[in-house]
Design a binder for this molecule. Structure first.
Ligand SMILES: Nc1ncnc2c1ncn2[C@@H]1O[C@H](COP(=O)(O)OP(=O)(O)OP(=O)(O)O)[C@@H](O)[C@H]1O
Length: 248
């Protein structure tokens, strides 16, 4: 493991720990996490419910801060980033994309209105995520789940992030929309070289999209391996049980 910060890595975790004082259990939610995520790679984060996956993602754009350890984004210590620059560089999309009442266009332009960020041509953005431009004038409450999730993606991509954090983004979609959103992200990743860090509960998805897989359990990073190796030959008993579906 590289201990000195390196810009060849999108993200480096060094001895990262995190607890929530309000949590009922005493153990840390993340316990001494060490690992590097290469620029332009796709890493799937898997593990039982409550293992710390979302917390790990939230540290990467300072929605949360670690209690201890060092976290580097593109070789630069995360606390030394300006929050605006960091949030543009490191985008995040959640399962339930928060939308405000109004048209798709109104939602797409939120960053432009709030922060004066030029998002470019809205039609180009919306077409990039596989929606036709007429959707821009529809009310968001009239969009399907898949369309809303694509809109959320377009809104995040408007900032031209270099790292994209995806938290269970397809778990509310029907199977065909799941595959479409996956393909869309893989295409975007291939053409732009963006780094994807993708939390998923769907093991087939973790295998389809991942190049590397990190397995978390009880706040510990128990395995970090090429995805195919991880699923074919899990090394820890915990991962073996998890892959068999014995741990949820
Ligand atoms: N803001 C918070 N305050 C207190 N405890 C929290 C908070 N956020 C998360 N936790 C706790 O931290 C632990 C890890 O949560 P986290 O959401 O990171 O897990 P996860 O692996 O993403 O789970 P899931 O797969 O169910 O989404 C859980 O025990 C959760 O209850």
């Amino acid at each position: 493991m590289t201990l000195s910060p390196s810009p060849t890595y999108a993200v480096q975790f060094q001895h990262i720990s995190k607890s929530f004082p309000s949590a009922q259990h005493a153990r840390p939610v993340l316990d001494q996490i060490n690992g590097n995520i290469e620029q332009g790679s796709i890493t799937t984060l898997v593990g039982p419910s409550g293992s710390g996956k979302s917390t790990l993602l939230s540290l990467c754009n300072l929605l949360l801060t670690p209690d201890s350890g060092q976290l580097y984004i593109q070789g630069k210590e995360i606390q030394t980033w300006s929050i605006t620059k960091l949030r543009r560089k490191v985008g995040i999309v959640f399962q339930d994309a928060p939308m405000v009442q109004g048209t798709a266009l109104y939602n797409l332009q939120i960053a432009q209105r709030l922060h004066g960020i030029d998002i470019g041509d809205p039609s180009t953005l919306i077409e990039q995520v596989g929606l036709s431009a007429h959707v821009l004038h529809q009310q968001v409450q009239d969009l399907s789940g898949g369309q809303k999730q694509r809109l959320a993606l377009a809104r995040t991509l408007a900032n031209q992030p270099q790292i994209l954090l995806l938290d269970e983004i397809t778990s509310a979609l029907d199977p065909s929309s799941v595959r479409e959103v996956e393909q869309l992200l893989l295409d975007i990743q291939r053409t732009s070289g963006i780094t994807l860090i993708w939390v998923t509960h769907q093991m087939e998805q973790a295998q389809r999209v991942g190049q590397q897989t990190w397995f978390l359990m009880n706040g510990q990073l128990l395995e970090q391996r090429p995805t195919a190796d991880f699923f074919a030959h899990p090394q820890t008993e915990e991962a073996q049980r998890f892959i068999k579906g014995e741990l949820q």
